[in-house]
Design a protein around this ligand. Structure first.
Ligand code: B12
Ligand code: SF4
Length: 524
């Protein structure tokens, strides 16, 4: 049977990285079936094109995964595929949190033939075999323990994702027109992939707005260091062979949740020379440890995503995130910056203690820190979270099924001390100020003493991160952006050119050296 795994785009911005679930389920598919992956973020297709693809390729089962934000699109695509007579199974966080919605058990329309609830590592092979026999069940759920809680799959052993053979063409971040020229350059930039890799699952913290503790559980399961190192080595080898670049996103919700184990993993990565540039999520409280930060830098860590949420401790207490202390954010970022590691700092506006002016107050604080990549979202009640339940009980949900009419940056409930419109304006002004050409130039200038490659990575990342809020999906938008930011771009280009010239000169001198020595010998 041919299986298509499809991940919908959110219709606003593109993801820079493919989703791990697709590669994982592909690796877990029983032999004898062919699995094709399409990520709407990389390969934009409308509903008709997807249906046509399914028909032309004789697909026998379509699997669709979706976060809440993309679920309306996922339902639409699923309905179109089902109308063409091909069964659809849906999985991922949203259908797990609203299990009845996708299969029409809530009285609404039916979008999928089957749903896979929770972690599907063990149910996926059963789904495939049932579908191949034409006996798909409605609901697939992991076995449960005596307390009625899902038995979570162990990550030991962990399936080997065959990165060395997979066709990753649709996921390369280098535009086609530049690929052949760039592959000839020094370290080789013919392709650039950010690849997701997990080393563990679960989070004990239980922040009020988050689905992770409910979905993956509050105890953590880790892969062995050996299996992570092996995956990194295979990725590194692939980058070398294709004369391209690969960076890794450790998608664990908190890579350093067990500091002792993280240090041991990072040491093993260094020992095996398996370093690739990497990004990971780590909470601020765990970044107090100097030795950990040293190991992060030495093992290839470049950017750390920190869920700072708010600079107001009252807000942090409201959402059960007291373990993260706004007062120490500056010191944490300085500790990272000393090692040329920078942070993606994530903030949430529209919390219950936020008032108008929250953007300005937050920006003033951010400007006192080493530069990073700030991102701003709004408090969103995802289904099945304690936040959703609290707001529903208090009658505060303005759009209880906000995912069915997804509106980016438009809150689904009214914060206590400002309006939805005000929260929108605060978010808007924070994004504008953080990624204005002036701020971009200022940020690069603030790290003028750090080596060239960090400044280049910082500027390129800034230009991309701006796109999370300001859609920059076509060539025109990019040209405009480059023009507006010409000052730091030209500065870095001049420096790169000077470095290239001096490296050529040095090469000539070195190449000329044996001849000079020979001449000298002759003269003697
Ligand atoms: C990496 C990541 C991202 C990446 C992008 C996703 C990517 N390319 O991988 C980035 C950083 C860009 C991102 C952004 C956002 N993210 Co995010 N992200 C994650 C993270 C940390 C890991 C995802 C992952 O790979 N997990 C590991 C895999 C193995 O688990 P999984 O995806 O759940 O898949 C398993 C099962 O669900 C199931 N499954 C999944 N799909 C399917 C499909 C089928 C057919 C079947 C059978 C089974 C199945 O099988 C898998 C194996 O068991 C998760 C948290 C988490 N730990 O999962 C949050 C998470 C998915 N993100 C979340 C959110 C809210 C966001 C944002 C909206 C945040 C924001 N405010 O901007 C944005 C939206 C992005 C967008 N495109 O619009 C929420 C989603 C909650 C929800 N109900 O929707 C999560 C759960 C985190 C949270 N705090 O609650 N994210
Ligand atoms: S926000 Fe981060 S720390 Fe809090 S529960 Fe979710 S994954 Fe854990």
């Amino acid at each position: 049977m041919k299986i298509l795994l499809y991940n919908p785009d959110n219709g606003v911005t593109r993801n820079f990285m493919p989703h791990l679930w697709m590669f994982l389920l592909q690796a877990l598919t029983p032999p004898g079936h062919e699995v094709i992956l399409i990520d709407g973020n990389a390969k934009a297709m409308d509903d008709d094109e997807i249906v046509q693809f399914v028909r032309e390729n004789n697909i026998g089962l379509v699997g669709i995964g979706a976060m809440t934000r993309m679920v309306a699109k996922a339902y639409r695509v699923a309905s179109a595929i089902r109308a063409a007579g091909v069964p659809v199974v849906m999985g991922g966080p949203h259908v797990t949190e609203c299990p009845d919605e996708a299969i029409g058990r809530d009285g609404g329309p039916r979008y999928a033939d089957a749903v896979a609830l929770g972690e599907a590592d063990e149910t996926w092979p059963l789904i495939v075999e049932d579908a191949a026999r034409g006996e798909l069940k409605e609901v697939y759920q992991p076995e449960r323990d005596e307390k009625g809680v899902d038995r979570k799959p162990s990550l030991q052993p962990y399936p080997s994702i065959p990165w060395e053979h997979l066709d990753l063409n649709q996921f390369s971040l280098v535009p086609k027109m530049f690929r052949s020229t760039l592959s000839g350059m020094g370290a080789g930039w013919g392709s650039f992939h950010v690849v997701p890799l997990e080393t563990g699952r679960g989070c004990p913290y239980g922040c009020e707005f988050c689905t992770v503790t409910g979905f993956f559980g509050d105890s953590i399961r880790f892969r062995t260091n050996e299996s992570v190192v092996d995956e990194l080595l295979r990725l590194k080898e692939r980058a070398r062979k294709q004369r391209g670049q690969i960076a890794v996103f450790f998608i664990d919700d908190n890579l350093a949740i067990n500091i002792k184990r993280t240090k041991s993993l990072l040491r093993d990565i260094i020992k095996a020379n398996a370093q690739l540039p990497w990004v990971a999520q780590i909470s601020a409280n765990l970044l107090r440890d100097e030795e950990l930060v040293d190991l992060i830098a030495e093992s290839g860590g470049q950017w750390i995503f920190i869920g700072m949420e708010s600079i107001d401790p009252a807000n942090m207490a409201d959402v059960n995130k007291n373990f993260s202390k706004p007062g120490e954010y500056g010191a944490v970022l300085a500790r990272l910056a000393q090692r040329n590691v920078y942070a993606i700092t994530s903030f949430i506006f529209g919390m219950d203690n936020d008032t108008t002016g929250v953007a300005e107050r937050t920006l003033n604080e951010i400007h006192s820190w080493p530069p990073g990549l700030p991102v701003f979202g709004q408090l969103t009640p995802f289904p099945a979270t304690p936040l959703y339940d609290r707001l529903a009980k208090a009658g505060r949900l303005a759009r209880p099924k906000h995912w069915m009419d997804f509106a980016p940056f438009w809150m689904a409930h009214t914060p206590l001390k400002m309006t939805i419109q005000e929260a929108r304006q605060e978010t808007d002004s924070a994004w504008r100020a953080s990624y204005s050409p002036e701020r971009n130039a200022e940020a690069i200038n603030a790290i003028k003493d750090s080596p060239f490659r960090y400044r280049l990575s910082h500027l390129v990342s800034r230009l991309f991160f701006r796109g999370i809020y300001f859609p920059q999906m076509n060539k025109r938008a990019w040209m405009k952006l480059i023009f507006q930011n010409r000052r730091p771009i030209l500065g870095l280009s001049r420096e790169a050119f000077a470095m290239w010239r001096s490296s050529r000169k040095n090469k000539k001198v070195v190449e000329g050296e044996p001849a000079a020595v020979m001449n000298h010998q002759k003269a003697a």
